[in-house]
Design a protein around this ligand. Structure first.
Ligand code: NAD
Ligand code: MG
Length: 392
């Protein structure tokens, strides 16, 4: 039995992960489940999966979960806070850690998994955007293995030769082609984008996801974060990573080779495919995903992305080219701006404006040490909050 910790188990990726794990009860054992404040959600998952540990980042929620479990006569150890998350990410009995907390909040637990040499199923792209160099270094020192869960990076991983770690030039890879659906607003004009609501932004045409990443998909910041994620995972420069709009979301990404070959990974848009792939790699297991019917798909379209209407994508490319702490600043400002948009504060088009102002005001510095990165994250959040306050 392979021990698994699911960080962020009550979220969209967490729920899909448990769905796949439940299909293979003789292969996997759930050791720990974690959430932030969703006591009801974690209580139900505890009853069903009977993990040894349940962690709630929020202290008050942890107390309520303990009480609920005690009342129900269920014996599960409840932990709280970042320390609790780090503890269950590093347990000896755990082989796989699904890192599916949303935002920079996922960084410290994912780092704990990296330092203790786990197989990390990495969905939490913000961890790499904030601390790519540090995270890759700690994973390598700790003997951890990173398996990408983001559908694009999982697709790229599947299309790469096994020895891609030797360097992309060495193995004949000329480009990484990240596909993007373009989100719900692909065809709207800048003027139309000004008036869109949070619910419209969260109604993604092809994927059912958490609210933060849904807004990121609508602004195309999600693709920008993914360009940065690809640079770290596949040790390459941003110029080698191209974004291709592909509204059907059937091709999940591609790898182009120097001989003219382009390899693609296709499938229905359902995160259980990359999750099952990473859980079983190098083997294959069932995921519950419907087989792809190419006759139903019928056609595949491709377009160039528009960096004017989708300024977030441009800002992300600029941040990774600047390097240092610029991606951490970008990410923090984005988290604050998106939260404000979701709460009815700033307008959709102001998200990129807030990020642009924060990036303009703070200069990029060294990004090697955790303390520096956490300080930059905090400072960028404070500045972004101020700019947002002045606008609402
Ligand atoms: P979600 O909002 O649905 O779930 C987030 C999970 O993290 C929940 O369990 C929540 O309780 C927990 N959480 C939130 N804040 C926390 C905090 N401060 N401390 C500890 N736990 C906290 O998000 P999601 O859509 O499942 O996305 C999770 C991650 O996976 C994100 O980084 C996202 O970019 C990435 N991702 C998601 C998808 C998708 O299809 N949903 C696809 C690719 C990548
Ligand atoms: Mg993705």
């Amino acid at each position: 039995m392979i021990g698994v910790t699911v960080l962020g188990s009550t979220g969209s990726i967490g729920i899909s992960t448990l769905d796949v794990l439940a299909r293979h009860p003789d292969r996997f054992q759930v050791i720990a489940l974690t959430a932030n404040k969703d006591v009801d959600g974690l209580f139900d998952q505890c009853k069903r999966f009977m993990p040894q540990f349940a962690v709630m980042a929020d202290e008050a929620s942890a107390t309520r979960l303990s009480q609920r479990l005690r009342d129900a006569g269920i014996k599960i150890e409840v932990l709280s806070g970042v320390e609790g998350l780090e503890y269950v990410a590093a347990l000896d009995s755990v082989v796989y850690v699904m890192a599916a907390i949303v935002g920079a909040a996922g960084l410290l637990p994912a780092l704990a998994a990296a330092r203790s040499g786990k197989k990390i199923l990495l969905a939490n792209k913000e961890a790499l955007v904030v601390a790519g160099a540090l995270f890759m270094r700690e994973a390598s020192l700790g003997g951890a293995e990173i398996l990408p869960i983001d559908s694009e990076h999982n697709a790229v991983f599947q299309c790469m030769p096994a020895n891609f770690n030797q360097g992309l030039d060495q193995v004949g890879v000329s480009q990484i082609l990240l596909t993007a659906s373009g989100g719900p607003f692909r065809q709207l004009t800048l003027d139309q984008l000004k008036g869109v609501t949070p619910d419209q932004a969260c109604a993604h045409p092809n994927w059912d996801m958490g609210r933060k990443i849904s807004v990121d998909s609508a602004t195309m910041m999600n693709k920008g974060l993914e360009v940065i994620e690809a640079c770290w995972l596949f040790d390459t420069e941003p110029d080698r990573v191209k974004v291709v709009l592909h509204p059907q979301s059937v091709i999940h990404s591609m790898v182009a080779y120097t001989d003219g070959s382009v390899l693609a990974q296709l499938g229905n848009p359902d995160m259980r495919t990359p999750i099952a792939h990473a859980l079983a790699w190098p083997e294959r297991i069932t995921s519950g995903v419907k087989p792809l019917n190419l006759f139903e798909v019928a056609r595949l379209d491709f377009e160039e992305p528009d960096f004017t209407r989708f300024a977030c994508l441009r800002l992300a490319y600029e941040a990774i080219k600047t390097g240092g702490t610029a991606p951490a600043i970008l990410n923090a400002a984005n988290e604050v701006a998106v939260a404000s948009f979701l709460e009815g504060g700033i307008a959709f088009t102001e998200i990129s404006e807030v990020i642009d102002s924060v990036l303009d005001s703070l200069s990029s510095g060294q990004a090697d040490e955790l303390d520096q990165l956490l300080a930059v994250d905090l400072e960028s959040r404070r500045l972004a909050e101020q700019i947002v306050q002045n606008r609402v």
